[in-house]
Write a protein that binds this ligand. Structure first.
Ligand code: ADP
Length: 506
């Protein structure tokens, strides 16, 4: 009758083999918690080790008291196996977290298994454990010992049914160990019908064959049985559906990962291209700057007198300044991008007039416009007042206007400011080379260009910075264009004034 629990004739190989699988069971056991009732049906000792070591370890880790019902002759074996798998048996026993129950009189009355007494005993252990500060009780028992070698079918069903009533909602869980070699198939058959979950090998199964105690005892109505079957069928379907959904989610995730990968690759490509464009752009003003200064030096060195004509010095200085301005613009754009990337675009909100800002910027561009051969026509009759950031607004107008002149093919450029009650509208239109439809969205991206670097210099940052500024001002920018006929950029900026100046006032 005394079934040696976890008795392993050659412990080292069993432990080694078990060691690898313990991890998998441990992962699956995390699904189990207080209130659960599970059975372990096993044949080989290593199957028992694989299931019980993580069960006990998990209980201890969760702060539960682990109660192991075991034959007194097997305590040392069980302790050795637990110890070998990292459980500090002595320490856990000393603090009452691990308890081996061996007093047979607790469960047997007059030499017979007594289900009610056993469950009542568990209740007491649960109360005491909670009072002692444990989070609950995780119990396991070698049933061939607890039940006796040949329990009556009714006793077993009564015991497991009592547990099914007691455990859900309690602070206890039970894992009943059944050795298939020790019990006849009809007992194992009942075991498989009385436990909501079953551990086989290193797998925890939701038990489709679990029946209510009434069904087991033949007391369930036909209608009740039909209900049970319908429930089981739905359970299988629900599990399948979960799997399918998981599969769909995973494949969506894979597609998304692929997209992110492509995006990252594209960003790296754009960055590399940018670096080569940027170094070229930064170098371009350096050559004339160097030539100017060299020329000046030579003149001073080769001159017979100490005096170099004022006009020559002035011309060299103006030329050098012009190149330095170009460099400064490039460096400013780079600094802006780095600020934007770090989300550090600080705005200074103040009341100002877009019309005035536009007129100022256009004036500054007079020389450049003349050089490009484009007349700049401004239609901005009335002041359009609102709260914005002056420097950033200037930057928006500057970028759009300089692009219009750069890509305007020497034809006229039109700038228009309109005031609506709640917003200001700025339109910059040119009649130049235009943009192919497929590039229209892309040109607002960082480092994005739709022209070849050989024909037009540029970092591909102007429109990116422009759009970022406009977004920070809570406005929008859009572009319309026909290749060969020109482009129109339309900016809408909310005024953010406490009381809008009213229709037509702008
Ligand atoms: P950059 O002008 O330095 O290349 P931008 O960010 O200002 O950078 O512009 C991005 C691209 O958008 C340009 O390279 C050009 O292809 C296109 N683009 C911008 N403005 C115009 C315009 N007015 N007409 C035609 N193409 C334009």
């Amino acid at each position: 009758m005394n079934e040696p629990s976890m008795r392993t004739p050659t412990p080292p190989p069993v432990l080694l083999e078990a060691g690898a699988a313990v991890g998998e069971t441990a992962r699956q056991l995390t699904r189990l918690g207080l209130g659960d009732h599970v059975c372990l049906v096993y044949e080989r000792p290593e199957e028992q080790v694989v299931a019980l070591v993580p069960y006990v370890r998990q209980g201890l880790e969760r702060g539960e008291r682990c109660v192991y019902v075991v034959d007194e002759h097997s305590v040392d074996d069980v302790a050795a196996v637990l110890e070998a798998h990292g459980v500090e048996v002595e320490r856990e026993r000393a603090r009452g977290a691990l308890v081996f129950l061996t007093q047979r009189e607790v469960f047997l009355r007059g030499g017979r298994f007594e289900p009610e007494a056993m469950v009542a005993y568990f209740r007491r252990v649960e109360q005491e454990s909670l009072a002692a500060g444990f989070t609950g009780v995780c119990a396991t028992g070698e049933m061939s010992w607890a039940l006796g070698a040949e329990p009556s079918r009714l006793e077993l069903i009564r015991y497991e049914s009592l547990l099914n009533h007691y455990l859900p909602g309690s602070h206890a869980m039970a894992n009943c160990q059944y050795n298939r070699k020790r019990f006849p198939p009809e007992v194992i058959h009942d075991v498989l019908r009385t436990h909501p979950r079953v551990i086989l090998g290193d797998e925890v199964h939701e038990n489709l064959f679990y029946e209510t105690p009434e069904m087991l005892l033949g007391q369930e109505s036909e209608a009740g049985r039909v209900e049970w079957m319908v429930r089981q069928l739905k359970r299988v379907r629900a599990a399948e559906r979960k799997l399918v959904q998981l599969g769909i989610r995973l494949s969506e995730q894979a597609v998304e990962n692929g997209r992110l990968y492509e995006e990252a690759r594209e960003a790296v490509r754009a960055r590399d291209e940018f670096l080569s464009v940027a170094s070229h752009e930064l170098k371009t003003p350096l050559t004339p700057l160097r030539l100017r200064l060299q020329g000046l030096r030579r003149e001073v060195e080769g001159g017979e007198e100490d005096l170099v004509p004022r006009e020559r010095v002035m011309r060299a200085a103006r030329g050098a300044e012009q190149q330095l301005r170009k460099l400064a613009v490039l460096v400013d754009a780079l600094l802006d991008v780095s600020r934007l990337t770090q989300g550090r675009l600080a705005l200074t909100w103040e009341e100002l007039d877009v019309t005035e800002v536009v007129r100022e910027v256009v004036e500054r561009f007079a020389q450049q416009a003349a050089k490009a051969g484009s007349a700049v026509e401004v239609v901005a009759e009335r002041p359009v007042v609102g709260r914005w950031d002056r420097l950033r607004l200037e930057q928006v107008v500057t970028n759009l206007l300089s692009n219009a002149l750069k890509y305007g093919a020497g034809r006229p450029v039109h700038v228009e400011v309109e005031g609506e009650p709640e917003r200001a509208v700025l339109v910059v239109r040119d009649e130049g080379i235009g943009i192919e439809p497929e590039h229209l969205e892309r040109i607002f991206g960082k480092f994005e260009r739709a022209v070849s670097g050989r024909h037009y210099g540029g970092l591909g940052l102007g429109l990116y910075i422009t759009r970022q500024i406009i977004q920070a001002l809570e406005g929008t920018i859009e572009v319309r264009s026909k290749p060969g006929q020109g482009s129109t950029f339309r900016v809408v900026l909310p005024r953010r004034t406490p009381s809008p100046t009213g229709r037509g006032s702008g």
